[in-house]
Ligand binder design. Structure first.
Ligand code: PMP
Length: 495
């Protein structure tokens, strides 16, 4: 068996050997019960030390891919049942609904570069300055040196199996039981949301959504002719007490929720509410779509159980992404679904975009496997926590009286509630004049007058200095807005 090695790679040799053997086991080239060469033989063949091969075997054994039999050698085992062949009806082509993209609900292009003198608090991403360019370049080079041919293919439309296997491990460690066969790699989690929406919903169906909620999910449902019904929310997330009446009145096909560091509010759904939500959805037979877009970016407080981990019956589709924790341009997200839905979602993915870049999936798998992802995550959490505190402190010092700011335990966003004399539609142009911008609350509501007095600030994307300057500008715009409101009031009601 050919084991390509890159002796200049950042990936240690033992992990390169482990990866090739793991892939061979996962793709069936090495079968359950096959005997692996002795460590002495393989070391001689690869011209590496025996310790290197022993470490590679040790890694495989720890992951459950290898069993050492005393005095006999090392044997392959597969930690999962082999993937089931697709049932006949699942192979029928799934009809493609017409798909049109609508304009972003966000003002302008929130995630595109703005002129450098504008301080942009509207973006929905982490800090580009800490995206791990160098470490990622190295793993990409290594993948290209060792696996260029495979990396340039379409690859498996469900996703690169070793990456799904790695994700299954990470999720299982977080208490979310997942097998690689339940994981579908998508082009960002936006595609996962779109696949779920187009697979499960028909025009005229109803989806229950938090109010406010992620702007592009709202637009996605709207474009498909799906009715969104708001669930009221407070500081502990969606109000489960309101659910029984909403479920009875609207008979929704889906509940869409962002339980961790919600977009736009940054709030977390409390644990008792999580349990209650799962119970109610299960009793009503409604699928839950759990969007965990920044779940790993927690800066304080204990992690809360995911809805999927609480649902015994598998009625939760879990969606994750590397866009915020790592970088958005790799466009790698994923969903976890059970056998009843997975084949339909996978077929839709195939028809939607065939595959997600093999090159990037392989690079990401290597990046995670060598521990770079965990290091990056720790770096991001340290920096974003500091930036959150800088922003919260500046807001407390500079915003005019009457503004309310919520401090999130993680994620990317601060949610600001404005007093009645600072309506956001009049604040926005004044903020632009001060060279600062933010996301209007109205982007995240379907139709609610409260939206006019809310805004979302991304605290992760600027330097601490620019964060403070931006908040000072915003505060100036607010003071101007308040003065304008007072002036209008005296024009309308002169004394
Ligand atoms: N879910 C939420 C709540 C988001 O805010 C976003 C993007 N901002 C996404 C999903 C989609 O992100 P991506 O496709 O980059 O994973």
């Amino acid at each position: 068996m050919h084991i390509p090695l890159d002796r200049h790679s950042v990936i240690p040799l033992y992990l390169q050997i482990e990866e090739t053997l793991r892939c061979a086991i996962l793709d069936g080239s090495l079968k359950e019960g096959d005997k692996l060469p002795s460590t002495r033989m393989l070391a001689a063949e690869l011209a590496v030390s025996r310790l290197t091969v022993e470490n590679a075997y040790g890694e495989l054994a720890a992951k459950g891919f290898l069993q050492a039999r005393r005095g006999s050698g090392a044997y392959v085992c597969h930690p999962y049942a082999p993937p089931a062949p697709p049932a006949a009806e699942q192979t029928a082509l799934f009809p493609v609904d017409p798909f049109t993209t609508g304009a972003s609900r966000l003002d302008g292009q929130a995630d595109s570069p703005l002129p450098p003198d504008v301080i942009n608090f509207a973006a929905g991403v982490g800090n580009p300055r800490i995206f791990p360019q160098e470490a990622f370049r190295k793993v990409m080079h290594s993948v290209l040196r060792r696996h260029a041919e495979e990396a340039f293919h379409y690859g498996d439309y469900c996703g690169y199996y070793p990456l799904r296997d790695t994700l299954a491990r990470i999720l299982s460690l977080q208490g979310i039981p997942a097998r690689p066969e339940q994981i579908l790699i998508t082009n960002g989690s936006q595609q996962a949301l779109s696949l779920v929406s187009h697979t499960l919903l028909r025009p005229g169906d109803t989806v229950l959504v938090e109010e406010p909620t992620y702007a592009e999910a709202l637009t996605l449902f709207e474009l498909q002719g799906v009715r969104t019904v708001p669930i009221p929310c407070d500081a502990d997330g969606l109000c489960v007490d309101a659910l029984p009446a909403l479920l009875a009145a609207h008979r929704p096909a889906l509940i869409y929720t962002i339980p961790n560091f919600h977009n736009p509010t940054g709030r977390c759904l409390s644990e008792p509410r999580r349990r209650q939500l799962v119970k109610l959805a299960e009793a009503a037979g409604v699928t839950l779509l759990e969007d965990d877009f920044v779940g790993d970016l927690r800066y304080q407080g204990a992690a809360l159980p995911s809805l999927r981990s609480l649902a015994a019956g598998g009625g939760v589709i879990y969606v994750g992404t590397f866009s915020k924790m790592l970088m958005p341009s790799i466009r790698i997200g994923y969903l976890v679904a059970d056998a009843a839905l997975y084949p339909r979602l996978a077929q839709r993915k195939h028809l939607d975009s065939f595959t997600t870049s093999s090159l990037l999936q392989r690079s990401l798998d290597a990046f995670v496997t060598v521990g770079s992802y965990q290091r990056q995550l720790q770096r991001a959490c340290r920096l974003y926590r500091q930036l959150r505190d800088v922003a919260a402190d500046a807001l407390a010092r500079h915003l005019p009286p009457g503004c309310r700011v919520e401090l999130p335990e993680g994620g990317l966003f601060l949610w600001v509630q404005l007093p009645p004399d600072i309506p956001v539609s009049r604040l926005m142009p004044l903020a632009w004049q001060q060279n600062v911008t933010f996301a209007r609350g109205a982007c995240f509501y379907r139709n609610n007058p409260q939206a006019e007095f809310t805004l979302r600030l991304n605290f992760s994307a600027q330097t601490p200095e620019r964060t403070v300057i931006g908040i000072e500008r915003l505060a100036r715009a607010m003071t101007l807005c308040r003065a304008q409101t007072a002036e209008r009031a005296t024009l309308i009601n002169p004394e």
